[in-house]
Structure formats: structure tokens, C-alpha cells
Design a protein around this ligand. Structure first.
Ligand SMILES: Cc1ncc(COP(=O)(O)O)c(C=O)c1O
Length: 362
């Protein structure tokens, strides 16, 4: 097993003469092992790890400067939206949020100042699937970098660098860690210059993960394939159950043939993932809230991607940092419920949802 190098500094043979490591913000062998592991999984050349997913995104945005413009997909993780609009917009960067279902809209949103196009696919929490190759083609023709947040799909199901993305970012906190016991982030690229700049930011800004956290993610990636296969299988069964339930309205899961981008998902991904969202037919916020509190196997909590199933209410929890009017403008309704379907016995999951749906009815 990769040792946990619980050290902050390294003995040097002579001033400036060391064996590859000087100080642990700059480099740590456990972190180096994780960075190589993640680069290999994404079929990239370089991995650069951070103390959280947002830490990784912060480093990627620091590749830009004041006056630069970013085109970002509209249905984006609330924390990403907050980082862009509340932190970096204050430093003179501009962000446009665009519905990218139709990649032509990306083309229209790009300006001479656009230096980056940022996508999440499947999106969080509406599980829209965006065409990575098409968006990459448009962005690259205008000289902009393409960043894909691959947290929901993981490299087991989707490898954006193979489709023209410049950088992949991850919240390692989710499926890659896989056990809800660590916070971490990573950026992966095959471009030597981008990698060098990201390593520079990693050291200069200092949002680095500790060695124990790197060890935990390394342990998580060993079972990624087995977990993801089961997440996909369970999620499809749960989505089908919800689709047939009389009190459930729209069900969002790319694996359902009725999903608007099902064909694209089948082409772009090797499976449809473990995330399922749904609305109640009567769109009642109160019932949605009651349902979230009524499940017993699904735990009510933020986050996703762990082996245990989670249920959450985006409008009140993960996406509360996006103003209600903005949320509603792109279809995130107040009654939307998001499930991170775990790897438990799927009949226990279905039974739990059936019981909670009855209970929420009152
Ligand atoms: C898609 C996505 N990207 C990034 C993040 C942020 O990652 P972290 O919480 O590790 O900072 C999250 C967190 O929920 C997420 O869902």
C-alpha cells in the first residue's frame, strides 16, 4: 500500500540538494501517487490535487485574469455558481450562464474576451447531458479552454479529455473517494503548460490535501469500477420505479429512454450514473420536504457519490446559493428532490421510497 507520508518537510543532503521533495505544500509522495492515479484514470498526463473540489476550481479559474470572460452551463453546482459570481466576478472576470442543451447557444455566448467554457455533465441537479465534443469544438475554434466538471460521471463512465476537453475537474469528495469520509479535489490535463501553471497555483496559493486524505481517495479509486457499476444498476431500477409511481411527476435520469438526451448519453458515457432527480406531481414544497425527512434507508444529507444512499432538497440545501428566480429560470423547481443512489440492496431502496412517498402524502 502507498504509505501515508505524514510529514511537512524533508531532510536535504546539502542546501538545495534534495531527493525530489523539499516541503509538503510543494509536494508529498502520497499526493504524487494520487495525482498519477487520477491522471491515468482520466487518460490524461497530469493530475494536480487540492483540498476540495472548489479548491481545484479556484485554481483553474486563476489561470485567467481580470477582463476575461467565461461561458458556463446554467444548471451548475451551487458552489461553482457562488465561486464565479460572488468571488471571481469581484476581481473583474465575467461569467455568462447559458443553457447548453443546444451547443449553438455556446457559439452565440462566446465573445472576443472568452477564455474558458465551463461545463458539468450530467448537470447538477437536473441531469441534463451536454455534448462535450461539440462544445469543445466550438470553444477551441475561438481559442478558449474547455473545462469539464466530471464529478457526477467519474472517469469510469466518461473521459472528457478524450473528447477535446482541456481540463477535467473533480470533487474527489464524491464517487472517487466513494465513502463520504474525505473532502478533496483535482484538476487533470494533458497539456504540459497548463499542468505547470496549476502546480504553480497549487504551491503559491496552498489549498493542498493532506496525506491521509490522499490515501483515502487512493483507496477509494481501487473499487471505483465495482461501485459505479452497482450505482448505475440501482439508479436505473429506482428511476423506473419513480417513473411508474402515481404521485411522482417528472423523473430526471439519463438512462431512461424518455430523457431528452438519452441518445447522447448512450454515446458519450459508458453508463448513466447513480444520480436521479424527480418532482412530485403536485409540485408541493411541503410534501417534498416531508418526503426527504421520511426516508430511512436514504439519509437526508448534502453531497453524493458515497456507498450509502442520500436524499436531498436542492432548493433548500445544495443550490440555495442560487437565487430562486435564477433557479426557476432554468427549470429547478422547489419540489425537486435529488437522490444519490448508493450500492445497497436495491429492493430496500425502492421499498424505502414507496413508504416515504405514502407518508409524505399525509
Ligand atoms: C458537481 C460538483 N462539483 C464540485 C463540487 C464541489 O466539491 P467540494 O465539495 O469537494 O468542494 C460539488 C460538491 O457538491 C459538486 O457536486
Amino acid at each position: 500500500m502507498t504509505p501515508i507520508y505524514q510529514t511537512s518537510t524533508y531532510v536535504q543532503e546539502a542546501p538545495g540538494k534534495h531527493r525530489g521533495y523539499e516541503y509538503a505544500r510543494t509536494g508529498n509522495p502520497t499526493r504524487t501517487a494520487l495525482e498519477a492515479n487520477l491522471a491515468a484514470l482520466e487518460n490524461g498526463k497530469h493530475g494536480v490535487c487540492f483540498s476540495s473540489g472548489l479548491g481545484a476550481m479556484d485554481a483553474v479559474i486563476r489561470l485567467l485574469k481580470a477582463g476575461d470572460h467565461v461561458v458556463c452551463c446554467d444548471d451548475v453546482y451551487g458552489g461553482t455558481y457562488r465561486l464565479f459570481t460572488q468571488v471571481f466576478a469581484r476581481f473583474g472576470m465575467e461569467f455568462s450562464f447559458v443553457d447548453m442543451d443546444d451547443p449553438a447557444r455556446v457559439e452565440r455566448a462566446v465573445t472576443p474576451a472568452t477564455k474558458m467554457v465551463w461545463i458539468e455533465t450530467p448537470t447538477n441537479p437536473l441531469l441534463k447531458v451536454l455534448d462535450i465534443a461539440r462544445v469543445a469544438e466550438i470553444a477551441q475554434a475561438r481559442g478558449a479552454l474547455v473545462v469539464v466538471d466530471n464529478t457526477f460521471a467519474t472517469p469510469y463512465l466518461q473521459r472528457p479529455l478524450e473528447r477535446g476537453a482541456s481540463i477535467v475537474v473533480h470533487s474527489l469528495t464524491k464517487y472517487l473517494g466513494g465513502h463520504s469520509d474525505v473532502i478533496g479535489g483535482a484538476a487533470i490535463t494533458s497539456d504540459d503548460e497548463i499542468a505547470q501553471r496549476l502546480h504553480y497555483v497549487q504551491n503559491a496559493v496552498g489549498a493542498v490535501p493532506g496525506p491521509m486524505d490522499c490515501f483515502l481517495v487512493l483507496r477509494g479509486t481501487k473499487t471505483l469500477h465495482v461501485r459505479m457499476a452497482r450505482h448505475c444498476e440501482n439508479a436505473l431500477r429506482v428511476a423506473r420505479f419513480l417513473e411508474d409511481h402515481p404521485r411522482v411527476g417528472r423523473v430526471y435520469y439519463p438512462g431512461l429512454p424518455g430523457h431528452p438526451q438519452h441518445a447522447l448519453a448512450a454515446r458519450q458515457m459508458d453508463g448513466f450514473g447513480g444520480m436521479v432527480s424527480f418532482e412530485l406531481k403536485d409540485d408541493s414544497l411541503e410534501r417534498a420536504s416531508r418526503l426527504c425527512a421520511a426516508t430511512q434507508v436514504f439519509s437526508l444529507a448534502e453531497s453524493l457519490g458515497g456507498v450509502e444512499s442520500l436524499i436531498e432538497h436542492p432548493a433548500i440545501m445544495t443550490h440555495a446559493s442560487i437565487p430562486k428566480a435564477v433557479r426557476e429560470s432554468y427549470g429547478l423547481r422547489d419540489s425537486l428532490i435529488r437522490l444519490s443512489v448508493g450500492i445497497e440492496d436495491v429492493e430496500d431502496l425502492v421499498e424505502d421510497l414507496a413508504r416515504a412517498l405514502d407518508q409524505a402524502q399525509g
